[in-house]
Design a protein around this ligand. Sequence first.
Ligand code: SAH
Length: 330
Amino acid sequence: MSLEARLKKEIQATGPLTVADYMAQALYDPVDGYYATKVPIGSNADYITAPEMTQVFGEIIALWMINTWQKAGAPNPFHLVEMGPGRGTMMADIVRTLQKLNIPLPSIHLVEVSPLLKTIQQEKLKGLPITWHKDIATLPQQEGYCLMIANEFWDALPIQQHVKVDKNWVERKIELDGDSLVFSPRGEAIKETCLNMPSLVTQISQHLKANGGAALFIDYGYDHTNAIGDTLQSLQNHRKQTPLMNPGSADLTHHVDFHRLSSLFQENGLTAQGPFPQGQFLTEHGINERTEQLCQKATPEQKGSLRTAAVRLTHPAHMGNLFKVLSVST
Ligand code: SAH
């Protein structure tokens, strides 16, 4: 039975599903969920991410790591953690950059739920000192200073939605209309809450505080309080579609509430910087200079793709403003 058929049966038997339940099952069902069955990222897949557009993205993240580590006094031992490493491309670019700059290669820990992506990461990062984790709970206790990164990780976590109906906020659910999945009730406005955010922030903060460390989070999202709006979106084959279509075989994401993310880290005793617009962060860290440097030795086709990527990542009308960069440190 398909996941969609199972969800419909569940609604018939026990009533409407919350948006968070729907997302959790569509993304994380161990047999039929999106992360169990599909490789999401790539030009032939559902969407493309910054590290897949240009090597300069990962190189800049590596520079952030090196600066942060050196400012902390170059503590040793140290380790790297990446949450949701996708195809492993960013980590490959980071490792190459560290090696080029003669930084001793630390142990690397990748937190990944998808068995399919883990296989791709193992292939791409063969021979490196990597440990994989399904969950942040198993990160090492004794490996010293931590540098953590995550690109497009938080947007994949389930959110709860509330909808305003006649002055009252009620939880938005998914029910059946005939044989179709529909949102209910309809209302004037929508508020969103990522339910896993507080506990994950606490776990990350505890890991960083145990030995010192810093983390950099890049994602699409907003930075104001009391935000209103429905940001739940579904992408399949690079096209947007209704989030209720093809559960389990379409990507589902939401815009990250950076104001809350930053506040939660501060409540856990960390210092937060940002969020900054991605365009500003990348420009200040030299994306254009590095792109031009690479262009000097590139074919005309490579030049085109390097420069197009730099523009897409930094231009306010593309990913420069919507994407934000938040760093936190002990
Ligand atoms: N960082 C990569 C991939 C982004 S897609 C890039 O920029 O290309 C989201 C990634 O997070 C995927 O690797 C996905 O499998 C992983 N992921 C999603 N939810 C997760 C969770 N709860 N725990 C660990 N990894 C998760």
